[in-house]
Design a protein around this ligand. Structure first.
Ligand code: PDD
Length: 291
């Protein structure tokens, strides 16, 4: 089946799809994006992703390229054209094409690009055995709540983590607190069983998966604290995991080479992953099961 991308109102063969060299996304990283998982044809947390896209656009004063309701229709069309029922849909909106000038163009025509691809999800072993993370300095700007395409710090961080044999890098602010992963939110479970994740602020991306997990954890009567935690506290955690649209929940069993708890995936992360996918009404695309 040929692959198609959506570019400003047209479905183009993926290999030929392009935007202009003076697109402000290319020139200034002046744009925002969303990544949405499709599991068994269901867009998980679609509402949350569309809402956050609107927020990111508003924060940067970029107009919606199409109405949110139209976007949802286009997303489905693109998935269907690509025959994707299990995969990831990527949406990017930039401030559009204009002669290079730091100031906003007077009459912006935002660029809307979407791609959709099948994915293998995470390997089964990542869920059964857990993954390693390493800590890195958080060298990003102070508006990390905007899902901006300016991802250079995360690119460098993920590459550094990968070169150190880790699945993810946990970024750390100068005060020693963990902010988040390079492309995921960070969670720990304390020695006495409290689920801890950093509160939403300008210093992290408020993950949509994170928000749903907090709602589910409360419904399951887990003890939850939205607060900062240090690297030292993470080393002493009983359990740790990461969350994101593409990972759902993945257990972390080593931080900077030190085992987390017994060094095996813990029960809270597993329950939350199950609850997340059950809430979306789908079976786990890696582990199977579900309803
Ligand atoms: N990344 N923090 C950062 C820095 C992220 O880039 C992401 C998502 C998250 C998790 O957010 P959500 O649960 O809404 O996916 C947290 C996406 C998946 C990516 O860039 O591929």
């Amino acid at each position: 089946m040929p692959r198609y991308a959506y570019v400003n109102g047209r479905y183009l063969p993926h290999a030929d799809a392009a935007v202009h060299i003076e697109d402000r996304g290319f020139q200034f990283a002046d744009g925002v994006y969303e990544v949405i998982a499709i599991v068994d044809g269901t867009f998980t947390d679609e509402e949350g992703h569309i809402t956050r896209l609107g927020r990111s656009l508003a924060e940067l004063r970029i107009p919606w390229p199409v109405k949110p309701g139209t976007l949802r229709i286009l997303m489905r069309e693109l998935a269907a054209k690509n025959g994707v029922r299990n995969g990831l849909l990527y949406v990017q909106v930039t401030r559009g094409v204009a002669p290079r000038d730091f100031r906003f163009p007077a009459d912006p025509a935002p660029t809307l690009v979407m791609t959709c691809r099948r994915t293998k999800w995470q390997p089964r072993a990542a869920l059964e055995k857990g993954v390693a993370v390493v800590t890195l300095p958080d060298i990003r700007w102070l508006r990390r709540d905007i899902k901006s395409v300016a991802l250079l710090a995360q690119v460098l961080g993920k590459q550094a983590a990968s070169e150190r044999g880790a699945f993810e890098g946990w970024m750390v602010d100068p005060d020693g607190t963990v902010t988040e992963g390079t492309s995921s939110n960070a969670w720990i479970v304390t020695g006495d069983g409290v689920l801890v994740t950093r509160p939403a602020s300008n210093l992290i991306l408020n993950g949509i998966t994170r928000q749903t997990l907090l709602r589910l954890a409360a419904a399951m009567q887990m003890r939850v604290e939205e607060r900062t935690f240090t690297v030292e506290e993470a080393y002493r955690a009983r359990e740790a995991f990461v969350s994101s649209a593409s990972a759902f929940v993945i257990p972390v069993v080593r931080i900077d080479g030190r085992p987390v708890g017994e060094g095996v995936p813990g029960p809270l992360g597993r329950r939350l992953r199950e609850a997340y996918l059950a809430d979306a009404g789908v079976a786990d695309p890696v582990l199977g099961g579900g309803r």
